[in-house]
Design a protein around this ligand. Structure first.
Ligand code: ADP
Ligand code: ASP
Ligand code: MG
Length: 416
């Protein structure tokens, strides 16, 4: 029998009406003869609200306790979706990540999936039931409850699709697919009918949150085709697969924007071997994901180092950097939250020289100052002031021939 994994994000289950709409869709799929495993996120902004609650109660947040708290969000949605299905006469059963054997490493709040057992799902499916699984969570090799990092329900869905050898993995969200840019930032964004894993991986890595990075890694490693589509319009979405891009595809497939990072600058760092290691090793040990790094040329034997980290890791990063700065005799630390990263992604870049030069010229003509630059074979990223974000992204989107010719017209629900 066909097996379909359907994942519903936070806005798709934000209120009772949305939950009933999701249940109707799942029931429709089941009644047409497929087995269905549903993966749900927490309702609306509830994960953000739980994090805020933790901050209101305490200034220390042990990872174990944070994970115990955050996993409750998905537990609420899984049971409500199962009830809404029961109301439609569908035999449904909800499970936590731990109950279905999603085994992770021990890194609280950013755990990696090591294994998916899935026995209880197989048993329930064999009994003709629809399984509703809480996304974003697992149980560690130390038998503690863990979460998979923000947006991690996508990863749950793809990991389950791989483990259960599902025929398809559908990621339902609040936009109608993967676009050439975030339609909230660039209204002229074009819906892509197809994108391959490598490009999607670069887009997710560059900060496009339409799919969580780990979910795309998982999909590529296990060759799980994904369809990203809307739970508001239910129209066909974007396929993410291993298919190679064709010669007719545009050189640039997307402009990715990311405002989730902040920049840290350490001034007057002694310019001698081992200093970068002493700065970045402790950050890595604390699981702070450093993204871009820039080091100035030295004068008087000292230099400045700037790097970006997720805003969510800023507090941890700042205390580590303050300690290291003291040890190595660096004089000052500053940070800037008002930055945005803009990336061009496209497999065609490999065979088209001059993309970076064109990007810098377009930004210069817009009067946008570039603070940092980094590249990969199919991506160029720049950091600019967040006040320039929409203008810069729009100008790049137009200049690289990506405009769709009409503004995004499907509903765009208000977000966190
Ligand atoms: P969910 O709660 O369903 O997981 P997310 O907020 O994680 O939804 O992801 C969907 C959002 O991703 C959209 O509302 C959109 O603003 C944003 N987004 C960013 N980049 C893109 C893109 N290239 N294509 C489509 N959506 C994008
Ligand atoms: N609820 C979690 C979050 O907001 C996981 C997810 O939605 O995928 O990050
Ligand atoms: Mg998401």
């Amino acid at each position: 029998m066909t097996l379909i994994v359907q994942k519903f994000g936070g806005t798709s289950v934000a209120d009772p009406e949305r939950i009933r709409a999701v249940a109707e869709h799942v029931a429709f799929t089941k009644k047409h003869g497929a087995d269905v495993v549903v993966v749900v996120s927490a309702m609306g902004k509830s994960t953000d609200n739980l994090i805020k609650l933790a901050h209101d109660v305490s200034s220390v947040h042990p990872g174990r306790e944070l994970d115990m708290l955050l996993t409750t969000g998905e537990r609420i949605s899984m049971s409500l979706v199962a009830m809404a299905l029961a109301n439609l006469g569908i035999d449904a059963v909800s499970f936590t990540g731990s109950q279905v054997g999603i085994i992770t490493d021990t890194t609280h709040t950013k755990a990696k999936i090591l294994e998916v057992r899935g026995d209880r799902i197989r048993e329930a499916l064999a009994q003709g039931k629809v399984c509703v699984v809480a996304g974003f969570q697992g149980v560690s090799t130390d038998r503690e409850i863990t979460t998979l990092g923000r947006g991690g329900s996508d990863t749950t869905a793809v990991a389950l699709a791989a483990a259960l050898d599902a025929d398809s993995c559908e990621i339902y969200t609040d936009v109608t697919g993967v676009f050439s840019a975030d339609p909230r930032i660039v209204p002229q964004a074009r819906k892509l009918t197809h994108i391959n894993f490598d490009e999607m991986l670069e887009m997710a890595g560059a900060g496009s949150k339409v799919l969580a990075l780990r979910s795309v890694e998982f999909a590529r490693n296990h060759n799980v085709p994904i369809q990203v589509r809307s739970s508001f319009t239910w129209e066909p979405g974007t396929w993410v697969t291993s298919q190679e891009p064709s010669m007719e595809d545009p050189v640039i497939s997307g402009v990715v924007t990311d405002v989730s990072e902040a920049k840290v600058t350490v001034r007057s760092v002694p310019d001698r071997p081992g200093i970068s290691a002493s700065l970045f090793e402790p950050l890595a040990q604390s699981n702070v994901n450093v993204d871009m790094i820039v080091q100035n040329t030295s004068s008087d034997g000292t230099t400045d180092i700037s790097f970006t980290v997720p805003k969510a890791d800023m507090k941890v990063a700042e205390s580590i950097v303050a300690d290291v700065a003291k040890q190595i005799g660096a004089t000052g630390i500053s940070h800037d939250d008002a930055i945005a990263k803009i990336s061009l992604v496209g497999a065609g870049m490999k065979s088209s020289p001059g993309i970076a030069a064109k990007m810098f010229r377009i930004l210069a003509d817009e009067g946008v100052n570039i603070v940092m630059i980094s590249t990969s074979t199919i991506r160029i990223s720049v950091v600019v002031s967040s006040s320039d974000l929409e203008r810069a992204a729009g100008a790049l989107h137009t200049a690289f021939g990506l405009d769709s010719g009409q503004a995004y017209s499907a509903p765009l629900p208000e977000r966190k």
